[in-house]
Design a protein around this ligand. Structure first.
Ligand code: ADP
Length: 158
């Protein structure tokens, strides 16, 4: 990047990385699991959303903490319902490929106002997607902080 300063080079090097290099393990739950199970998993795994899979293990949908809050508030029956009933359903789920860049993933999160993207590849089953990872805004924030600490001007918390 001719003429770019160190900070610009750092940001560009983050944005041009592939999703594969920075993704985390997906946090998955079956669509037949109860809403109660989904809430417990959200706390146990310390995440903001869950990726939901069908009987074959392919992507069925996603559910966020607000989806779960909305359905359980004032409805004591909801906890026993299958999470598949309230999920945002494939093909409305926004995903990224492991080969996409971090820049592309970040743009999708901003454009669709979501905090996390399932990382998917085409499944052996026609029209289906296999979930291979997840990418969150937290991951992107960590990449920035790690890069800043790796540069000469970076400060350690001490
Ligand atoms: P929260 O609702 O807890 O703030 P999000 O901002 O991630 O969490 O989700 C907002 C809404 O978008 C929810 O209804 C959720 O089901 C949906 N959503 C979350 N992730 C995705 C995604 N990758 N693709 C499509 N919709 C999503």
């Amino acid at each position: 990047y001719p003429g770019a300063n160190a900070a610009e080079v750092t940001v560009n090097s983050i944005l041009s990385r592939t999703v594969r290099e920075v993704q985390s393990l997906p946090v998955l739950i079956r669509e037949t699991a109860s809403i109660q199970d989904a809430v417990v998993m959200l706390f146990m795994e310390n995440v903001g959303s869950l990726i939901i899979t069908d009987a074959e293990g392919d992507l069925a949908g996603v559910v966020s903490r607000k989806d779960l809050l909305k359905v359980t508030l004032g409805n004591s029956q909801a906890a026993a319902m299958p999470v598949g009933l309230i999920m945002t359903r494939h093909p409305n789920v926004i995903t990224v490929s492991p080969d996409d860049t971090v820049a592309e993933a970040a743009k999708r999160m901003i454009r669709h106002q979501i905090d996390a993207l399932p990382v998917t590849v085409t499944s052996e089953r026609a029209g289906k997607w296999e979930v291979v990872g997840r990418l969150t805004k937290t991951t992107l924030t960590k990449l920035l902080v790690d890069a800043e600490q790796g540069t000469a001007g970076g400060k350690e918390d001490e």
